[in-house]
Design a protein around this ligand. Structure first.
Ligand code: MLC
Ligand code: AMP
Length: 476
């Protein structure tokens, strides 16, 4: 099996032009520059079993990722804000042989012991020969994602999975080399990395990372030629508020070709506000780190609010009936874009006996064959700002603090973040200042995993088996 008709994952880097490839707030690279830098770096990492990339939104990190893809060396993108516990886990679990980083970065202890290559994007090396394309089944990325319990798991994504998914999305969105994508997503998760960085490179188009999204910045980007916008619902929620009071910016943003939202559900209110302001309906797409993107609202169809579109070409989606499901079912999927498994956890993935992946999401079909998502099977998974966060991971971190006797973490509905993390804590002795516990979780895990609120209690509601009854913990 080839990755592509001509066997390459990133054809535009094999015959590079002077067209813009990737731009970040602190610098930009053309295809010719990126190809030279990444092929040269590729010769320095060739043959390694795995490399970590300190995944700041910078040309250096993007060059590191591209070098791994060109050299056939699997890349582990690392959240540069990962806390000490999370970082130590990722480094131990993925055992990278080297870390690629922008120069001048002071790496935390948990990763600083690795051999390091500073990626200097101001250098202008001669392009090096790009080695023969590895097999499509070869691993390209290891992306860490949270489960309900335990530390994050490394989802192994093959070159073929990435290529198949990006090509299916190109079909859904008529995504071509002419498209100029803008976003402000982290590049250590599937959304900003596979779709937002590798996506435009595979198409031969461009990507501009905006650093953050607000009405003014986005309006300027679209006026400068951006055609596609990717974001999580929190981005669109904030954008809706900005554009409501800035009609010139709203008009400018309305000249984009497509506004695309994903990683969590966009509310009907945000949909309506964006459409009212810009005249453009936001299109949603749905996927998981493990499956890449599965369904999408197509460019050639009017999007239907409350749905995530239809299965991508080549992707099969079925709903396994639920007891008293009333037309709802557990979403199970099959397709060429699925992951190859979790690193060192061969039994952790949820497959049915007949080979379908259980997403854990609950959905229903509309009469027109569109998928609508209505919830998740696991209450211990929280989606906040589009990040997936396991309640158990946060509870364990809280329990490590001497002032915490018991902890139960829940996600409560939040207009801005979709869900916000609330920790119910039984203190050991005098309750500490809440910020102390919030900072403790941010430092140990990641800032986005920190509780936004701590609620102290004398005890947690437990059933006869001693299990915390989270449904009784209230949601506001
Ligand atoms: C705050 N900060 C702290 C802190 N409190 N740092 C250390 N300790 C503390 N106690 C810092 C943060 O690091 C950050 O720094 C700033 O304060 C604000 O942080 P935040 O409150 O977390 O940011 P927020 O505004 O809430 O972020 C919103 C957001 C973000 C939308 C920008 O949630 C985001 O980027 N989401 C994208 C998630 C994503 O890509 N998911 C895709 C998963 S893949 P600073 O310097 O930044 O201000 C997937 C598959 C699919 O789901 O379908 O796509
Ligand atoms: P992650 O593990 O971070 O890749 O998150 C995957 C999860 O994000 C899915 O299982 C869904 O619950 C959720 N998700 C992704 N896209 C959407 C969407 N458009 N609408 C609702 N939920 C989504």
């Amino acid at each position: 099996m080839n990755v592509d008709a001509d066997g390459t994952l990133l054809p535009a880097l094999h015959a590079p032009s002077d067209s813009p490839a990737l731009a970040f707030p602190d610098g930009a690279l053309t295809y010719r520059e990126l190809a030279a830098l990444a092929s040269d770096l590729g010769t320095r990492i060739a043959g390694r079993s795995r490399v970590a990339v300190w995944a700041t939104p910078t040309p250096a990190a993007a060059t590191g990722i591209t070098a791994g893809l060109l050299a056939g060396v699997p890349v582990v993108p690392v959240n540069p804000r990962a806390g000490e516990r999370e970082l130590a886990h990722i480094v131990a679990n993925s055992s990278p042989e080297v870390v690629l980083t922008a120069p001048d970065v002071v790496l935390p202890e948990a990763i600083a012991h690795l051999p390091r290559i500073d990626v200097d994007v101001t250098a202008r090396p001669d392009p090096a020969p790009i080695p023969a394309e590895p097999d499509a089944a070869a691993p390209a990325l290891v992306v860490y994602t949270s489960g309900t319990t335990g530390p994050p798991k490394g989802a192994v994504l093959s070159r073929g999975a990435i290529a198949a998914d990006l090509d299916a999305l190109a079909d859904a969105w008529a995504w071509t080399a002419e498209d100029a994508l803008v976003h402000a997503l982290p590049i250590f998760h599937v959304h900003g990395l596979v779709l937002g960085t590798i996506g435009p490179l595979r198409r031969g188009g461009s990507m501009r990372h905006l650093g953050g999204i607000d009405g003014t910045r986005l309006a300027r980007a679209v006026t400068d030629g951006a055609t596609l916008v990717f974001g999580v619902p929190t981005h669109y929620h904030r954008l809706a508020a900005d554009l409501e009071t800035d009609s010139a910016a709203a008009q400018a943003v309305g000249r984009a070709r497509l506004l695309i939202s994903g990683s969590a559900a966009l509310t009907a209110v945000d949909h309506a506000q964006i459409e009212k302001a810009t005249g453009l309906a936001v299109r949603e797409r749905y996927g998981l780190t493990e499956t890449l993107i599965l369904t999408a609202a197509r460019a050639d169809e009017e999007p239907v609010v409350g749905t995530v579109g239809r299965p991508l070409p080549g992707t099969e989606v079925r709903l396994a009936p639920l007891p008293d499901g009333d037309g709802l079912g557990a979403v199970e999927v099959r397709g060429p874009q699925l992951f190859s498994g979790y690193l060192d956890l061969p039994d952790a993935a949820e497959w049915t006996d007949d080979g379908w992946f259980r997403t854990g999401d609950i959905g229903r079909w509309t009469a027109d064959g569109l998928l609508a998502l209505v919830g998740r099977q696991a209450t211990d998974l929280i989606k906040s700002g589009g990040y997936k966060i396991g309640a158990g991971e946060i509870e364990n971190a809280l329990l490590e603090h001497p002032a915490v006797a018991e902890a139960a973490v829940v996600g409560v509905p939040d207009e801005d973040l979709g869900e916000r993390i609330v920790a119910h804590v039984v203190p050991e002795g005098e309750p500490p200042v809440p910020q102390v516990l919030i900072d403790h979780v941010a430092a140990l895990l990641s800032p986005h995993k920190r509780p936004r609120e701590i609620r102290f209690a004398d005890s947690l509601p437990r059933n006869a088996m001693g299990k915390v009854q989270k449904k009784l913990l209230g949601s506001d």
